[in-house]
Design a protein around this ligand. Structure first.
Ligand code: SF4
Length: 375
């Protein structure tokens, strides 16, 4: 926890109001252009030591993502946060606005909540672009009123260009990790730290990473690269280091990821344009498919397979986030289609209690690798 609080403190000292955002695909460049410091409070595993406060408000069958973010916002971080932004996603998140604002108010904090409704209807069935544009314009008005800032088209385009630069670096670093020139854990570390950095800092961290050998890289695999088995990993959250280490020990490398907080977040980003309503229309309509974006369901399998085939991976490991309704609706379908296409898959499940102990997965990963070698 302390590490993240230090980062929030550093952001606070930059003088920009901090806006905590969830779920994963908020309009970050818009917030940045309006002088705010957006932080995506997602995947806080390893940073939040317990969920005592969250568990007073959420049932125990809630995913770790929601429990950790609730704990984080209602705990010490509450004194750093100047606003909360959310767009609609799963049922788990649906009632969080009331819980968070109610509890923050009870603690004497008046933290404004900004909400945007993202239409979840397939775009080829229902025309929703006018609605979404209106949501973006309303969001800008609400931010301006609350924080006393004016929207500037020029600043917006500059911010989009910065996020574009970050995206290019993320994809380049991913490629380096897939080629074995960097450890996947080095990439994951910089990505997770980036959620609590200004975009400028995240860009510098990614640039530094491409210029130095990663600390997880040396000796990461005992096998030469041409003897390892490339595997694509998929899930809402990246796997814990112990899972990646188990893969490495079993002679597998991460040839590509289809992780929501990694590739799905950065795969597609429109070019800068002056009108944010137009920009975010494209941003959400053309987003890389993710099961949390219900309207993209029909495009999910094709995008997933493109990613898999382009990576040269021979198999898929699903990192299941326990109680994630969206992912668990999708897994059986993807597994069936993968089997039909000749790609073996393995599903492991990570629960909130598995933060430190993932040893149970090691033998399944080793057996999976052995099975792949025998094919
Ligand atoms: S999409 Fe899944 S992981 Fe994310 S908050 Fe909802 S249930 Fe949890």
């Amino acid at each position: 926890m302390m590490n993240l609080l230090k980062k929030l403190d550093a952001l606070k000292n930059d003088g920009r109001p901090i806006i905590a955002c969830f779920p994963l695909y908020p309009p970050l460049a818009l917030f940045h252009s309006m002088g705010l410091a957006p932080v995506v409070v997602w995947g806080l595993r390893g940073h939040v030591s317990g969920t005592e406060t969250a568990d007073r408000h959420l049932p125990s069958y809630t995913c770790s993502v929601a429990r950790h973010l609730t704990e984080f916002i209602l705990s010490d971080a509450r004194d750093f946060i100047d606003g909360i932004f959310m767009y609609n996603a799963c049922d788990t998140l649906r009632n969080l606005p009331e819980i968070l604002t109610g509890q923050l108010a009870a603690a004497g904090r008046d933290v404004p909540f900004f909400h945007m409704h993202l239409p979840m209807t397939p775009r080829d069935q229902t025309e929703a672009s006018g609605y979404l544009k209106n949501e973006i314009r309303t969001l800008i008005t609400n931010l301006s009123d609350r924080f006393g800032v004016k929207f500037s088209s020029e600043k917006f385009q500059n911010s989009v260009a910065l996020y574009q630069r970050m995206r290019e670096l993320v994809l380049a670093v991913q490629d380096q990790a897939a080629a074995g020139r960097l450890g996947f854990l080095d990439f994951a570390e910089v990505m997770q730290a980036g959620a609590f950095m200004p975009v400028e800092g995240h860009i510098r961290a990614l640039e530094d990473l491409t210029a130095r050998p990663g600390k997880h890289n040396a000796g990461a695999s005992k096998l030469p690269m041409d003897n390892t088995i490339g595997v694509m990993i998929s899930g809402i959250l990246p796997p814990q280091p112990s899972v990646v280490n188990a893969m490495t020990a079993a002679g597998m490398t991460v040839a590509a990821d289809d992780i929501a907080s990694f590739y799905r977040s950065y795969a597609v980003m429109p070019e800068p344009e002056p009108d944010p309503a137009e920009y975010y229309g494209k941003f959400y309509d053309d987003h890389y498919p993710c099961p949390t974006l219900l309207y993209m369901g029909d495009r999910r399998w094709a995008a997933f397979m493109d990613r898999l085939r382009q990576s040269g991976a021979r198999a898929v490991i699903f990192i299941g986030e326990k109680f994630c309704e969206y992912e668990y609706f999708e897994f059986p379908y993807l597994e069936k289609r993968l089997a039909e296409a000749g790609f073996p898959s393995l599903r492991i499940e990570i629960s909130i209690d598995d933060d430190q102990h993932t040893g149970a997965h090691d033998s399944r990963i080793a057996a999976f690798s052995e099975m792949l070698r025998g094919r």
